[in-house]
Design a protein around this ligand. Structure first.
Ligand code: NAD
Length: 180
């Protein structure tokens, strides 16, 4: 009997926070591969205006949002990845942290370039409602008391509320008197 190898794809994103665009891409990738590796990029960053959430919080956002969608847990791996200073060896760094994969999904030009140079098949998934479905837009709405919950999975909104994430972001945006 011929043993068929599993086809694995990888999606790497900062996911600050996870939003409905990420979830739609994950759905699409799962239609094309047996297993998906979801890399939480810039894992070392948190408590900054552009990167408010810790890697652990982002892992919970994704795992709870996938559970809410009914995605089989045996089909995905969620792996936090710290940035490194050397773009030329970043792909090796990612490979060291993950199960083997053959297809890379990304819309990020640097990510696409680095993986293509190493011979990987790189696919650009379609962007879903990019005007509204971006981390930047979710964080803007949080700061301006607008409806950010509609842009993220319900489980992610619940987690952000549970950890007082909006309050954290607002506190981070307060300038010290000396900076004004
Ligand atoms: P992101 O969260 O903005 O996006 C992740 C992916 O989700 C994108 O590739 C895009 O395809 C998809 N996506 C986002 N919004 C979407 C939408 N509305 N519809 C459909 N798809 C959508 O993250 P990013 O900035 O691309 O993350 C790349 C990570 O890789 C960063 O953490 C970066 O630091 C890291 N990186 C590190 C190095 C290094 O350490 N030297 C080098 C390259 C990249």
């Amino acid at each position: 009997m011929i043993k068929m190898e599993k086809v694995r794809g990888i999606l790497i994103g900062r996911m600050q926070p996870v939003h409905n665009g990420h979830m739609q891409v994950i759905d699409k990738i799962l239609d094309e591969v047996d297993e998906i590796i979801i890399g939480i990029g810039s894992a070392q960053l948190s408590h900054e205006l552009k990167d408010p959430f810790t890697a652990g919080e982002r892992v919970m956002m994704i795992s709870q949002s996938l559970a809410e969608r009914g995605v089989d847990p045996s089909r995905y791996y969620i792996i936090p990845m710290q940035d490194i200073n050397f773009n030329a060896i970043w792909v090796s760094h990612v490979k060291m942290l993950t199960p083997p994969f053959s297809i890379v999904y990304s819309g990020n030009p640097l990510v696409k370039q680095l993986f293509s140079e190493e011979g990987f098949e790189v696919n650009q998934p379609p962007l879903y409602d990019r005007l509204h479905l971006s981390g930047t837009e979710v964080r803007r709405r949080m700061l301006e008391n607008l409806n950010w919950e509609e842009l993220v999975p319900k489980a992610t909104a619940e987690l952000i509320n549970e950890i007082n994430g909006v309050e954290r972001l607002k506190n981070l945006s307060n300038k010290e008197v000396s900076e004004l």
